[in-house]
Design a protein around this ligand. Sequence first.
Ligand SMILES: NC(=O)c1ccc[n+]([C@@H]2O[C@H](COP(=O)([O-])OP(=O)(O)OC[C@H]3O[C@@H](n4cnc5c(N)ncnc54)[C@H](O)[C@@H]3O)[C@@H](O)[C@H]2O)c1
Length: 257
Amino acid sequence: MTDMQGKTGLIVGVANKRSIAWAIAQAAAAAGARLAITYQGERLEENVRELAAGLADPLIMPLDVTSDAQIASVFEEIDRTFGGLDFVVHGAAFAPREELAAPFVQTSRDGFRMSLDISAYSLIALARGAMPLMERRGGGSIVTLTYLGSERVFQNYNVMGVAKAALEATVRYLAADLGAKNIRVNAISAGPIKTLAASGIGGFSSILQVYRDRAPLRRTVDTSEVADAAMFLLGPGGRAVTAEVLMVDGGYHATGM
Ligand SMILES: NC(=O)c1ccc[n+]([C@@H]2O[C@H](COP(=O)([O-])OP(=O)(O)OC[C@H]3O[C@@H](n4cnc5c(N)ncnc54)[C@H](O)[C@@H]3O)[C@@H](O)[C@H]2O)c1
């Protein structure tokens, strides 16, 4: 098991117990890491505080990734409390519901802007905030979450597929930019999992069934399996891995027909 004793991490994207980011938080905490966990708006605060109550001395803060001011306060608070940062998990994504239902050609300028801002640009903003805190630790690891809809067309994934393509390119550019500081940047491309975010995608259950039928492992994946892969990328096992999109999808990405 990855040892994270003495490490500190920031986890963004916990909405409830089904969140992929929450599974990663639990795995990192079990490995000994001390965590800062953020919640998006008051609506989710109680959920996140209840979940985090079982962790050892967590730092819990509000963060809407569209707010530069909130991003700045998150890193100020982490600096004050932890004095540095070893890893960041970025699990924030959003597209307006109507953009996931209408034909792709109807994607609005506002919907496009909002989806790419929250789901892709936010990784750049968080990496910039984390950079000086990670430099102080001699390096760090940043992991984001993506989906195969970045490369292939999935019905109703629409503008989120475009946002994930931008996110994966962002991973490569950040990795190149921050590599000299020993900061690694990677993505996990997870197979479909029933979460709050997934509930916005029409026909999601049929996507799950296609994976059960056709993925080499003939099943879907669960959040703890994504968390195990994240632990590899966040921990010493992944120390030579950067600019990578690691597929954790039962092998579905390799299938043709
Ligand atoms: N569930 C899947 O099938 C699946 C598959 C591959 C990748 N992913 C990706 O995994 C990540 C986590 O999603 P999930 O499936 O765990 O769902 P989730 O709904 O539990 O997590 C999405 C998170 O994004 C946060 N978020 C949205 N807008 C935000 C904003 N403006 N500021 C801060 N946070 C914001 C939400 O609060 C929520 O915590 C997402 O990037 C998603 O695209 C999910």
